[in-house]
Design a protein around this ligand. Structure first.
Ligand code: ARG
Length: 458
């Protein structure tokens, strides 16, 4: 079915035809298009808009097309403008007059919207599943490292000791929010636009509640004009993905840093590193770098979609055809990135000794030394100043806080006593933080239990 058959005398310019076409991209929607048509056809029959013979022919034709595509007997003919005109054309080729009736009380405008919503809903669920798996993998690593001391950083400067468990679980929290964001957007997109037709519904007595049920939507959309011009759900998917990629990218940045010779906190498995063509010693964290790099295109995709929509008058405009290539790219990128990342961290080795060693550097226990004085009733600001002096002097003498003798400590304050050394011991520092949400292991265990529960109930 070539859509220009009657009213246009001249043929479409060759290049214009190329620009106009979207089938090479939207053929991905083919099974959603068939599913939508099957539901539409069933509804047309129930409402006495088409007769039983047409209903049977159309249904049979669509199922045949679906099966032929699935078993490779049929290939999408890319000479058509888009997937919608192709399916209608193929149906008409097979079922003649009946096939020509499928587009009764429908427009490509509501057709493309319903196809895209069904596609987004499925992908939304798939991405949630991948994120769940990622969180589960993080939890496994977390459980093995409840006592693994590592330096915590601010400004990438050594700050206070934490555990590797608490550190890595911080990402699980981000991914859990990403899941919730996806679920929220799923909920918003779960309304069926089919039956809105071009923009103002139709004079046929269609039943939009029936197609909603058949296509597994919560309900029909409320406003036909909104239905054919809304692309919020595409943008939201793209935003959710941009956020996931941002989280992955930060994580990747740390994987890259922590696997470097300078840190040596972790070692990536050979499966996820590559060599250099010239430097025989190299083991490069390419996967982490690529995922970090790919976050950029996902941000770009989000901005492209927002910009594409920003000045479109109601209702449909062909600009919207551009949404697919952009969204598909974000979805593909997110899916492979999450999956690769998940396996990459599950197979990495964690160098506990090195992390502990590193944590001893940089006066990581200075805050706790000040708190020691505060607990002996010194105002915090005074304690802060005194410890500042101690750190300054220790730096000059190349000493760590643990190396300074008690007699020397006493020169700074009489409040110092033998127990100061246990107060600034790294294990104790973490152990004493008995606060909800802290790196202390009992609280990390609570964190893990809560995470597991949340993930289970998603
Ligand atoms: N290929 C089109 C798209 O993806 C389908 C809708 C076409 N509608 C129209 N009125 N030209 O947006």
């Amino acid at each position: 079915m070539k859509l220009r058959e009657n009213k246009f005398k001249g043929k479409l310019n060759k290049l214009a035809e190329k620009l106009n076409k979207s089938i090479d991209i939207d053929k991905r929607l083919v099974f959603y298009d068939i599913e939508g048509s099957l539901a539409h056809c069933k509804m047309l029959f129930k409402q006495n808009i088409i007769n039983e013979a047409d209903y049977k022919n159309i249904t049979e034709g669509l199922i045949e097309i679906k099966n032929d595509l699935l078993n490779g007997k049929l290939k999408v003919d890319e000479s058509f403008e888009d997937i919608h005109s192709y399916i209608e054309g193929e149906l008409t080729k097979r079922k003649g007059e009946s096939g020509k009736k499928i587009h009764t009380a429908r427009s490509r405008n509501d057709q493309v919207a319903v196809d895209m919503k069904m596609y987004c809903k499925d992908k939304n669920k798939e991405i949630i599943k991948l994120l769940k798996n990622l969180i589960e993998n993080i939890i496994i690593i977390g459980q093995k490292n409840l006592n693994t001391i590592m330096p915590g950083y601010t400004h990438l400067q050594i700050a206070q000791p934490v555990t590797f468990s608490h550190y890595i679980l911080s990402y699980a929290q981000m991914f859990l929010r990403d899941i919730k964001r996806l679920k929220n957007s799923y909920d918003l997109m779960d309304e069926n636009p089919l039956g809105s037709c071009a923009l103002s519904t139709t004079t046929y007595n269609i039943d939009r509640f029936m197609t909603s049920e058949l296509l597994n939507f919560k309900k029909p959309t409320e406003n036909s004009m909104d239905s054919v011009s809304d692309r919020d759900y595409v943008i939201e998917m793209s935003f959710c993905i941009a956020m996931i990629m941002m989280h992955l990218s930060r994580f990747c940045e740390e994987i890259i840093l922590y696997s470097s010779n300078e840190f040596k906190f972790i070692k990536l498995s050979d499966e996820f590193t590559t060599g250099s063509s010239i430097m025989p010693q190299k083991k490069n964290p390419d996967m982490a770098e690529l995922i970090r790099g790919k976050s950029a295109r996902c941000y770009g995709n989000l901005i492209s979609l927002l910009t594409m929509m920003k000045a479109l008058p109601m209702t449909y405009a062909k600009d919207m055809q551009e949404d697919k290539e952009i969204l598909f790219d974000s979805i593909d990128t997110a899916q492979i990135s999450i999956e690769v990342f998940s396996s990459m961290i599950s197979s990495m080795q964690i160098n506990k000794e090195r992390m502990k060693e590193n944590a001893l550097e940089g006066f990581i226990n200075a805050t706790d030394l000040a708190d020691y004085l505060v607990k002996k009733n010194m105002p915090f600001r005074d304690a802060y100043r005194i410890v500042g002096e101690i750190v300054h002097d220790a730096m000059e003498k190349n000493l760590k806080l643990n190396d300074i003798k008690l007699s020397d400590y006493k020169k700074y304050s009489k409040l110092f006593d033998e127990d100061l050394y246990s107060a600034i011991d790294l294990n104790n520092i973490v152990e004493q933080r008995k606060v909800y949400g802290s790196p202390q292991k009992d609280f990390v265990k609570i964190q893990i239990d809560n995470l597991k529960n949340e993930v289970k109930n998603i």
